[in-house]
Design a protein around this ligand. Structure first.
Ligand SMILES: NC(=O)C1=CN([C@@H]2O[C@H](COP(=O)(O)OP(=O)(O)OC[C@H]3O[C@@H](n4cnc5c(N)ncnc54)[C@H](OP(=O)(O)O)[C@@H]3O)[C@@H](O)[C@H]2O)C=CC1
Ligand SMILES: Nc1c(N[C@@H]2O[C@H](COP(=O)(O)O)[C@@H](O)[C@H]2O)[nH]c(=O)[nH]c1=O
Length: 597
């Protein structure tokens, strides 16, 4: 049973040990109680930080009418089971009549096994939502769906308003700051981290910087790296420090390592060129040192050229790549350029109790062109924390953008734009699961049941799990079976992709010999199964009729469309083929190998 009914205390199965005493409960207003549990939902929403790549953070706390926590859940990664589904399972019969506290409105509310359907089926009667989903195409949908099922839905800042509620709402904004940036600007959330001496230097005048801060501070830096999609340094830092930039924090997630360099005058040998565990990307000026670009590519380093290399264009590119959170770990020159471009949103300054002196020793931010103190940027929401002998000061350069929506009226109808010709073929882009049409992605949380060679059948958590595992199928080697097992038990599609790709690279002998010939068919059978198993997905696909479907991956030139349309877009093509088949337009209807779930 998920609930411990010790008088005045509650305890969740997740072992996180959260409780609220009856006396406290009795003494607080309803707002205080709602605020407490919303804060808790926001707190657990961040539980996967450092283990998976940044994604929208969802937490759910189910509370009985007497104020006891019956179940909790959080989203582990994109494409995994919703927080609400987990909380309802943990609460069992205690869900009935309970209040669900959600830090953010759920995204997907179509079909079964979604956050909304789980709450409805479990007979939850009230839902308190910390904030509406900030992405426009998802905003309000789940709230409307829940209300239409008769649940009372109270949204903080709309249905509930007070100082204590506003503070609780802030914790919801903070835990999804990167997503809010994605919704409100064309760049990911970025933070600048640096280590300085007490006299404000990031290195000695010689350029030597290892180390300014303590082991404890550097351990915190590893955590910050682990919570990011990418870590960026400039060319000088590579030449001077030969950094590794890995997240050695004990979590599973490793960010992409990025070097920004105009000259591409980088060493032939560097720690960052070892990509056996973590990928590296070099972003540079178009045409820079073509021969060195080839050397880097031969080592497995991705090189991306820009017409004019600058932080803003790089961040816009990273936004298109679906990244949510970026850490800048560069020196003062690049930091100043990024701040001037307006792409740095937060600063983490680690201050060590040391003096190094030196008139030529660098400071963490180079020339910004300011001449009077009144021009200085004031940091907002500043926090101070002692870490070992050092101090960490963090603060925002800009307030978190306000995602407050214009609340759509109940009977609002979509205005028709007369400039749009409905007969003109349009292009529908899809990529990350939280994008519009994100359900088309292989990483979406739709399990599929596929037949096995021995006549049985297997359920795969996502098309990506099935696709990656297929690389090793039919190979009579216990190593190949191990790979399949590891991919099958991967906790998320991104983990399945990581395991599959690294096994393929490290053990090419375990990959089926005909993989390159069959991979498109394998993908097609997985997609066919997915869209046949979920009627609402099939309808969604059919509704795109007349539009070209493109996987908007700017870097995958086989499955995706590429940055400038140079990709082969096989994923989009297969979906269009499937759509034709469903529409009965295709004469080459393939035999379905999918089993009903
Ligand atoms: N204590 C700390 O927290 C840290 C200290 N350091 C120290 O800082 C020093 C290096 O500092 P610094 O040279 O400022 O840092 P970086 O090397 O991080 O940044 C400057 C370099 O970035 C590249 N770059 C690309 N685009 C731009 C752009 N638009 N504007 C500016 N630079 C761009 C250039 O590389 P290219 O020349 O290849 O074209 C340029 O030389 C080293 O001594 C290092 O040890 C570095 C990081 C953190
Ligand atoms: N010197 C300095 C930092 N420097 C940063 O760390 C990088 C080295 O990372 P790695 O090779 O992974 O250990 C280096 O290039 C620079 O970006 N960081 C800190 O927290 N404290 C310090 O004192």
């Amino acid at each position: 049973m998920a609930l411990s009914l010790v008088a005045g205390y509650s305890y969740s199965l997740l072992g996180k040990g959260f409780s609220i005493s009856n006396s406290l409960h009795n003494n607080h207003s309803h707002h205080a109680r709602d605020a407490t549990f919303i804060r808790r939902a926001a707190e657990i929403a961040d539980s996967s930080s450092g283990f998976t790549s940044p994604h929208p953070n969802f937490g759910c706390v189910l509370v009985t009418p007497s104020g006891k926590v019956a179940g909790e859940g959080y989203l582990y990664a994109q494409g995994t089971r919703p927080a609400e589904v987990q909380a309802v399972e943990a609460a069992g019969p205690w869900s009935k009549g309970a209040t669900a506290y959600l830090n953010m409105e759920p995204g997907d509310c179509h079909g079964d096994h979604t956050a909304a359907s789980a709450l409805v089926q479990a007979k939850v009667t009230r839902v308190v939502v910390g904030m509406r989903h900030p992405l426009k195409h998802l905003q309000g949908n789940a709230i409307r769906a829940l209300r239409s099922e008769g649940l009372q839905v109270d949204v903080l800042g709309e249905d509930l308003q007070s100082k204590i509620i506003e503070e609780a709402r802030k914790s919801c904004l903070v835990v999804n700051t990167p997503l809010i940036y994605r919704a409100t600007s064309q760049v990911p959330f970025s933070f600048l981290k640096y280590a300085i001496t007490a006299d404000g230097k990031i290195a000695a005048s010689s350029g030597h910087a290892a180390w300014i801060t303590s082991k404890e501070s550097r351990a915190r830096v590893f955590e910050l790296r682990g919570s990011s999609d990418a870590v960026i340094v400039g060319g000088n830092t590579v030449r001077r420090d030969n950094p590794r930039l890995t997240a050695r924090h004990g979590g599973a997630h490793m960010p992409l390592r990025v070097v920004m360099t105009q000259s591409l005058d980088l060493p032939d040998e560097a720690n960052l060129w070892d990509v056996s565990d973590v990928p590296t990307m070099v972003v540079t000026q178009r045409g820079a040192r073509k021969s060195f670009q080839k050397i880097l590519a031969s080592k497995g380093v991705e090189v991306v050229e820009f017409d004019i290399l600058n932080p803003r264009d790089v961040m816009e590119y990273f936004h298109d790549r679906g990244y949510l959170s970026i850490m800048w770990e560069c020196g003062g020159r690049l930091a100043a350029s990024a701040i001037s471009d307006g792409v740095i949103h937060k600063v983490y300054a680690f201050l060590a109790p040391k003096i190094i002196g030196g008139t030529n020793a660098q400071s963490p931010v180079g020339e910004l062109g300011m001449v009077e103190m009144t021009q200085a940027f004031d940091l907002l929401d500043v926090c101070y924390e002692q870490i070992g002998p050092d101090m960490l000061m963090s603060g925002s350069l800009q307030p978190i953008p306000d995602p407050t929506p214009i609340i759509p009226s109940e009977n609002e109808t979509l205005a028709i734009d007369p400039t749009v010709n409905p007969y003109e073929p349009s292009i529908i882009f899809f990529y990350k699961t939280w994008d519009p049409y994100g359900a088309f992605s292989n990483f979406s949380a739709h399990s599929i049941k596929m037949p096995e060679e021995n006549g049985g059948n297997v359920t795969w958590s996502s098309v990506e799990h099935y696709y990656q595992a297929s690389k090793f199928m039919g190979v009579s080697d216990s190593g190949a079976k191990d790979c399949i097992g590891k991919i099958k038990s991967a906790k998320s599609p991104e983990e399945a992709a990581k395991v599959g790709r690294s096994m393929q690279r490290l053990h090419p002998n375990l990959v089926r010999a005909d993989w390159e010939d069959v991979k498109i068919d394998v993908m097609y059978s997985g997609l066919r199964c997915k869209f046949s198993s979920y009627p609402y997905l099939k309808s969604m696909l059919l509704a795109t009729s007349g539009s070209v479907l493109v996987e908007a991956s700017p870097h995958d030139l086989f499955w995706g469309g590429g940055r400038e349309g140079e990709g082969l877009n096989y994923l989009g093509r297969l979906l269009m083929r499937l759509r034709s088949e469903f529409l009965g337009e295709s004469t080459t209807s393939s035999e379905s190998t999918c089993l009903a779930l």
